[in-house]
Design a binder for this molecule. Structure first.
Ligand SMILES: Cc1ncc(COP(=O)(O)O)c(C=O)c1O
Length: 292
């Protein structure tokens, strides 16, 4: 995937102030910097409009509530998003949005008073996964070494970074996280789905599995197109028996996984169900777009 970015061209919205991204300065006492005490969202902009923005904002609100960050006004978030998109001048982009608890003397417990810091920026995104959509990708299994609250979209992603780097070093695009019970959870930054006997197999969202927005869309599409859903915990050895396997995420949409740990899945090519679901996904995007 060609993923080069000229950061110096990007405009940040820092607490409502628009400025070059590379010029935003933050205190070393910001709890996002010290503890990863922060949550985030990545929202796709298609043709200048936001995809499933209400779902992203609702998940953001769940994440904020889970870690008790108070004082973030949803009206402010919306007006900041609007200004960020307008100022970027972009049509096809990824909008990154992060909220930290803000600056406070360093204590583990939450400070009594704080002012959250809000950062947003849009970066150009013009389907860098065209090749992967065509050919499929490989994945490698990795122990799920993350914490026990993966439903919170927190910026403290060291375990995910370690796993993603392991995948890269092994020539794979993603990891398949396997928990201590030998069950597949998700990828380091994507949701995972299998196709077995024409059924869509997916891990239920839980404290171990993020409720992905792309996942939600795939589940809705499966229902609309009468694909039977088998929401269950898939054992590691069952992965190799799948007819098809795919990952799903905001930047990736749906990408077929054709190999896991060098073992071929199905016939080793993107299968008909993944292709069909991805096409339905693309056809349905326009129904979920909002301009703020
Ligand atoms: C762990 C994890 N699972 C799944 C996803 C996919 O979520 P979404 O479809 O909302 O992009 C992400 C996205 O960052 C993620 O980090």
């Amino acid at each position: 995937m060609a993923h080069t970015q000229n950061l110096s061209n990007l405009i940040a919205n820092w607490n409502g102030q628009l400025m070059p991204l590379t010029e935003v300065k933050v205190s070393v006492l910001d709890r996002g910097f010290l503890f990863g005490d922060a949550v985030y969202e990545v929202i796709r902009l298609y043709g200048g409009k936001l995809f499933r923005v209400e779902d992203h904002l609702s998940r953001l609100s769940d994440s904020l509530n889970s870690i008790d960050i108070k004082g973030v006004d949803s009206g402010k978030i919306r007006s900041m998003l609007k200004a960020t998109i307008r100022e970027s001048g972009l049509d096809d982009a990824l909008v990154y949005l992060q909220i930290t608890r803000g600056e406070a003397p360093r204590t583990h417990h939450y400070p009594d008073s704080y002012m959250p810091n809000i950062l947003m920026y849009a970066s150009p995104f013009n389907n860098p996964y065209a090749k992967e959509h065509e050919t499929g990708v490989s994945a490698v299994t990795h122990p799920d070494i993350r914490w026990g609250r993966n439903d919170i979209k927190a910026t403290s992603l060291l375990a995910n970074c370690m796993a993603a780097d392991y995948a890269k070093r092994h020539g794979a695009m993603e990891v398949v996280f396997i928990d201590a019970d030998g069950i597949m959870t998700e990828g380091s930054h994507t949701s995972l789905f299998g196709i077995l006997n024409n059924k869509l197999v997916v891990s239920p969202s839980s404290s171990k599995v993020l409720p992905g927005i792309t996942k939600r869309q795939v589940l809705e599409l499966a229902k609309e197109t009468n694909v039977e859903l088998d929401e269950r915990r898939l054992k590691e050895n069952e992965i190799y028996e799948l007819d098809e396997f795919f990952l799903a995420g905001t930047p990736e949409e749906l990408i077929s996984i054709t190999k896991v740990n060098d073992k071929q899945i199905g016939d080793g090519k993107p299968g008909p169900m993944v292709k069909k679901l991805h096409q339905s996904f693309r056809d349905s995007v326009s129904k979920h777009l909002t301009s703020l």
